[in-house]
Design a protein around this ligand. Structure first.
Ligand SMILES: *Cc1c(COP(=O)(O)O)cnc(C)c1O
Length: 600
């Protein structure tokens, strides 16, 4: 896969809204080839599409006669769309210039800079390495179906690019110029409702969606068209959440799930075959240690746990069957920060994607894609939702990983038997991973997010920047108080200057070291239990990322199922207390811990 070329939305929109007749060079009669998808989709959008393919010349394809070459077409052509290998492009461009086409558009994966320069010198517009179906769907707001980050912010209901029947409207504002994080936290993915103008995202509490006709239904099931079928796969409320998180992570696309663990399951179900292996940091959320170490084993997937503190440990642990490396950006519960850039380098040198669980940091504090990560997962149950009232998870892809390298990812590149032999990477390019996670793993295993939970999570995200600022300020104040307390043995908060991760925190989490951290209470296991039973404002429960401050003694709760050795390795020894600092008055939190520590 080639690096995407950053065309402006204005240029693509201009092309798609001015051309009417498209010659499609390399048209296929095979319904699951990308050229067939694109031809059928563009016809459905009102374009005249004339197929060109010498092997099919004279035959009929989707109601149009096929021509052997561009020069044989007896009518004027606005745009030539090239579905050929890059080295076959120059003669097609010569023909396009000769027949007076105005645009040459090369499909995803097709690029020829010299031919493009020749076309531009002859006055043609050129687009390379893009799919017109995807760009049309994105600019028209249709692609929200698939959680794609459109880069568009809307204060009016969406209007497709070629819908000229309606009164022209100003173009939606594009993020090409770069909207800020706070703006995207409020707006990305959402638009006023097309039917009612409702400004807050409606809760589409429906399981299914009416088809226009049988042909429309077939094109949706074949993934030829973007649209809603059934809420196990896609739902308009959930789609807003998907695009919003994709935007905040600066990713390409996202797929939401019922919980954070479901997001991890969808990720690995999409990547791995039975017998495959992966590496994971041993400093993970306790539930992830059991998911990876025990339950995944039953599916034939083996996880090797690695001490993440030296990134070279990952290189040493690689095996020929390894398909990914998984870490948490800010590890739960130890407050450990890993060197994302160094671990990404190890992963990429081995041709593997780096998967980062960014739950504790949230994209407000850390954006793993900026450091080389390829996939980000979240438990949206935590800080993204932020109010302790909705379970959820999400998988985001950067769109930059080359799934074709080394033949390691047949599930992305080879025909998918669960989808009539479709090749996902070839058809969906830089959002193939989340499309496959949705169309196969989510479809077949079913851990979908409920629309109500998506609504609560979207609403939570609107205040994410404000909340994270206060979470971090409160956490810093509480950590400083604890560090000076006589009943406290140690405090592990990377915001403290003497913390071993302080330097990494300044690099990877410059806006604050998060709100979840641990400390050691003098007196060990028994004192830990007395402490969690003596608090009067903190809530004793197994969650994090709530507006309310939470306290937990991992050794007697979340990390109970682990062996002593695993507990110590995961930073959950007998004296460890975990806090998730909420949004209350800092002095009240400090006073509560002070009185409880005296009793512990
Ligand atoms: C909570 C959590 C998970 C699991 O998410 P659920 O929504 O509880 O399934 C995964 N990773 C981290 C870091 C978490 O804190």
């Amino acid at each position: 896969m080639l690096e995407p070329i950053p065309y402006t939305d204005a240029k693509l929109r201009h092309i798609l809204s001015t051309v009417r007749t498209i010659a499609l060079v390399g048209a296929s009669a095979n319904w699951n080839r990308p050229s067939y998808f694109v031809m059928k989709y563009l016809q459905g959008k009102g374009y005249r599409v004339i197929p060109v393919n010498p092997g099919l010349a004279g035959k009929d394809l989707l109601g149009e006669r096929v021509y052997a070459s561009l020069r044989d077409i007896p009518e004027p052509i606005d745009m030539v769309e090239v579905f050929r290998a890059s080295d076959a492009v120059p003669p097609v461009v010569d023909d396009a210039i000769a027949i007076g086409a105005k645009v040459v558009w090369m499909q995803l994966g097709v690029r020829h800079d010299d031919a493009a320069a020749r076309a531009e010198a002859a006055g043609l517009d050129v687009v390379m390495n893009r799919c017109p179906k995807i760009e049309f769907g994105r600019l028209g707001g249709e692609l929200s179906w698939s959680g794609v980050n459109s880069g568009i912010i809307r204060n009016r209901p969406p209007q497709p690019p070629t819908d000229r029947a309606r009164k022209p409207r100003p173009l939606p504002a594009a993020v090409d110029g770069g909207y800020g994080f706070e703006t995207r936290a409020v707006h990305a993915g959402a638009a006023p409702d097309a039917a009612t103008g409702a400004r807050s995202t409606p809760i589409y509490q429906t399981t299914a969606y009416v088809f226009d006709d049988v042909d429309h239904a077939a094109s949706l099931f074949n993934l030829h068209n973007f649209g809603y079928i059934y809420s196990r796969l896609t739902n308009p409320t959930v789609a807003v959440l998907e695009e919003r998180v994709a935007s905040l992570e600066s990713g390409r696309a996202a797929v939401a799930s019922a919980s954070g663990h479901a997001a991890q399951f969808l990720t690995f179900a999409t990547l791995l075959e039975p017998g495959d292996e992966f590496l994971a940091s041993r400093n993970l959320y306790g539930g992830s240690l059991t998911q990876f170490g025990l339950s995944f084993k039953k599916l034939g997937w083996t996880c090797h746990f690695v001490d993440p503190l030296d990134p070279e440990n990952f290189r040493r642990a690689l095996t020929p069957k390894c398909k990914a490396i998984f870490v948490e950006s800010l590890a739960n519960p130890g407050g450990i920060i890993v060197d994302l850039a160094a671990i990404a380098e190890v992963a990429h040198a081995a041709g593997l994607p780096l998967i980062v669980d960014n739950t504790l940091a949230t994209p407000y504090l850390c954006r793993p894609f900026e450091w080389g990560a390829d996939i980000v997962t979240h438990s949206t149950t935590k800080f993204l939702g932020g109010h302790g009232n909705a379970m959820g998870g999400i998988v985001v892809e950067s769109g930059k990983f080359d799934w074709a390298q080394g033949g390691k990812f047949p599930s992305m590149t080879e025909p998918e038997p669960a989808y009539h032999g479709l090749r996902f990477y070839e058809n969906f390019g830089d959002f193939a991973f989340t499309t496959k996670a949705r169309a196969v793993a989510l479809r077949d295993y079913g851990p979908s997010m409920a629309p109500m939970n998506a609504f609560l999570t979207i609403t939570g995200i609107e205040t994410l920047p404000l909340r994270m600022e206060r979470h971090c300020a409160n956490a810093q104040a509480v950590a400083e108080f604890l560090a000076a307390h006589p009943r406290v043995a140690w405090v592990s908060y990377a915001g403290l200057e003497n913390n071993p991760y302080h330097a990494l925190a300044r690099k990877y989490l410059p806006n604050g070291a998060g709100a979840v951290f641990t400390f050691g209470v003098k007196g060990g296991y028994e004192a830990g239990i007395r402490l969690v039973e003596s608090v009067g404002l903190f809530s004793h429960l197994a969650n994090i990322g709530d507006t309310r401050s939470l306290i937990l003694h991992p050794a007697s709760t979340t990390h109970r199922q682990l062996t002593d050795e695993q507990r110590l390795a995961a930073g959950a020894g007998p004296d460890v207390i975990r806090l998730s600092i909420g949004l209350e008055t800092a002095a009240d939190l400090i006073a509560d811990l002070d009185q409880a520590l005296v009793r512990a």
